[in-house]
Write a protein that binds this ligand. Structure first.
Ligand code: AMP
Length: 126
């Protein structure tokens, strides 16, 4: 287990394979620190994922282990992508699932950008 309570980074996870170009994705942005692409199963009219280039399993792993430069570069990319998608004026939601209780499916840290409609409650109360 690492800092997240998750297994160590698996370089065969699907987002690692997208980063290496081994499987296709609908890319919207790439820079030194981050890659952004459309979610394959969009939950809102705009649903984009932003991932860091480094091998971090989760938010806890990323914020605990990445360099300050990587963290700043990643979050700057998140803001840039949201703006470039036209979401800044109407607004948007950022979400990251972290570990078991969140239902995190892919063990490579990622931030969801949701937008394009009124988003309703933050989380289901059930
Ligand atoms: P999470 O539950 O936060 O780990 O979210 C994983 C997200 O990755 C889900 O919204 C999936 O629809 C999305 N996803 C899984 N495989 C792909 C893929 N090949 N390309 C784009 N998005 C994907």
């Amino acid at each position: 287990m690492n800092v997240s309570g998750l297994p160590p980074y698996d370089p065969q996870n699907i987002f690692a394979r997208i980063l290496r170009g081994e499987i296709p994705s609908k890319r919207v942005h790439e820079d030194e620190f981050a890659l952004a692409f459309h979610d394959i199963n969009p939950l809102t009219p705009t649903h984009v994922l932003v991932i860091p280039k480094g091998p971090y399993v989760s938010a806890a792993d990323f914020h605990g282990s990445a360099t300050t430069e990587e963290i700043a570069g990643f979050w700057r990319a998140v803001g840039h992508v949201a703006k470039s998608l036209g979401l800044e004026e109407p607004g948007y939601r950022l979400l990251t699932n972290m570990g078991r209780d969140s239902g995190q499916e892919v063990p490579h840290f990622h931030v969801h950008i949701f937008g394009g409609k009124r988003l309703g409650r933050m989380v289901s109360a059930g």
